[in-house]
Design a protein around this ligand. Structure first.
Ligand code: DCP
Ligand code: MG
Length: 425
């Protein structure tokens, strides 16, 4: 099939998903008129797993195969984390409240979230990807960029590398993914999403500049709802439309995003692959079963999240220097507050105390539906002690850390629910 807009060719390959949802899988077919490369261009791959959480659940439970299922919190207030492609046929998507999803398809199967299982599978995927190049940048639990520039001699053409990655993930993990290949990062990401699920889409260097002009502005990474509204007013539908405006005007209207779009429209994206995939933050949040104005509920939730985050930090030998809290209200507005710490901490009690400090002066007059804490500024080094931070002396923090470490050891041995703060029982 010849793509009318940019001359990209596809051929069809059998796919593993049931009819009629995915009758065909698109795989790019080598460009016949491939020009010799002028200068050294990059070859970037973007790998994104298909319906990640639900595919894992369908893989592990044959009864769920081919059925409309979602993974999500089981409370009536929960939201859809992931929807199988069979469920998407009914208009069910991630982030949709579960009650709404059930209205769309009452026979929907709801599977509880099993984060550890998904994280474990994610690690296995990243391990496979790292066997192709050390330049792997994980960007979320189920996606990563790879820079395979110069790997062709050793591993074959970029098309073959992409096919091989798909085959290995399928053979070893029984899961499918979609891969985008392009000379720049943002295009590789757009390409991986173009023909989902279970596909490879390649945008060759010599076609990229022409192709970029056809890209729907809504599909461009970084363009959010607010920008889309403004784009509509300016009649910007594609990246090609961006070229009608000067950099000055774009910057005035959209700030840094405008500058980025100006470059994207010319197929310029200088962002590099950041292979370390260094963790920047860890967060934990819960949508409450019932909206609340009770500060006791907020505090109890903070205690719960502080325990989770503390344990995660200590497991990875991390310390945090930044704590932020998030409260979302029943009208879906939200507030966040954050504090940069003078000490680096990993103790759950210290995280808890800091989160309490952040809400101390807040006046809350709306019902709260979601409560969360996030820690960032992560490092393996402990910052040297400067001065005491609010009530937390170094001695106290050291004592808490010792208690936390003992609890971690017990939890590791006997399970994470065996020991809990009395208030959380
Ligand atoms: N996820 C989540 N909450 C969201 C979005 C996603 O918990 N609001 C989780 C569940 C997804 C996983 O992250 O399975 C990966 O997110 P993707 O956006 O890649 O979505 P999927 O992999 O589920 O589907 P797709 O095939 O569109 O990539
Ligand atoms: Mg995905």
């Amino acid at each position: 099939m010849q793509d009318a807009t940019c001359g990209i060719k596809f051929f069809y390959e059998n796919c593993n998903f049931p009819q009629p949802f995915f009758p065909q899988t698109l795989i790019y077919y080598e460009c016949i008129k491939d020009k010799p490369q002028q200068g050294r261009s990059k070859v970037i791959l973007h790998v994104d797993m298909d319906a990640f959480f639900t595919s894992i659940e369908q893989r592990d439970n044959p009864e769920l195969k081919g059925k409309p299922i979602i993974v999500g919190g089981l409370s009536k207030r929960g939201v859809v984390s992931a929807a199988s492609y069979e469920a998407r046929k009914f208009g069910i998507y991630s982030a949709m409240p579960i009650f709404q999803a059930l209205k769309k398809y009452p026979g929907l199967i709801v599977v509880p979230v099993n984060k550890n299982k998904y994280a474990g599978t994610s690690q296995k995927i990243m391990k496979i990807l790292k066997q192709y190049t050390p330049l792997v940048e994980p960007v979320s639990i189920d996606e990563a960029f790879l820079d395979i520039t110069g790997c062709e001699r050793l591993l074959g053409s970029h098309k073959n590398i992409a096919i091989d990655i798909k085959k290995r993930i399928k053979k070893e993990l029984f899961l499918t993914c979609s891969i985008g290949v392009a000379p720049v990062k943002f295009l590789a990401k757009i390409a991986s999403d173009m023909n989902k699920p279970n596909c490879i889409t390649i945008i060759e260097k010599h076609e990229a500049k022409k192709f970029v002009l056809t890209v729907d502005i809504k599909k461009v990474p970084g363009v959010g709802e607010k920008a889309i509204k403004q784009m509509k007013i300016l009649n910007i539908k594609t990246l090609g439309d961006i070229n009608k405006f000067s950099l000055k005007i774009l910057y005035k209207k959209f700030g840094k995003l405008g500058e980025k779009l100006f470059k994207f429209a010319q197929c310029i994206d200088n962002s590099k692959i950041k292979p370390k995939g260094k963790r920047k933050s860890i967060s934990s949040e819960t949508t409450l079963a019932n909206d609340t104005v009770e500060m006791e509920v907020v505090k109890k939730n903070f205690l719960y999240h502080a325990q989770i985050l503390g344990e995660k930090l200590r497991n990875k030998n991390f310390f945090t220097t930044n704590i932020s809290i998030k409260l979302k209200f029943n009208d879906f507005s939200q507030i966040t507050r954050q504090k940069k710490l003078k000490l680096s901490i990993c103790s759950s009690s210290a995280i808890y105390k800091e989160s309490l400090n952040l809400i101390k002066n807040l006046k809350i007059n709306k019902k709260i539906r979601l409560i969360g804490i996030s820690v960032s500024g992560l490092s393996h080094k402990k910052k040297p002690v400067q001065i005491d931070m609010f009530e937390q002396t170094k001695e106290k923090i050291d004592k808490w850390e010792k208690i936390d470490k003992t609890i971690d050891c017990i939890s590791k041995k006997f399970g994470s629910n065996i020991i809990k703060k009395a208030t959380l029982k």
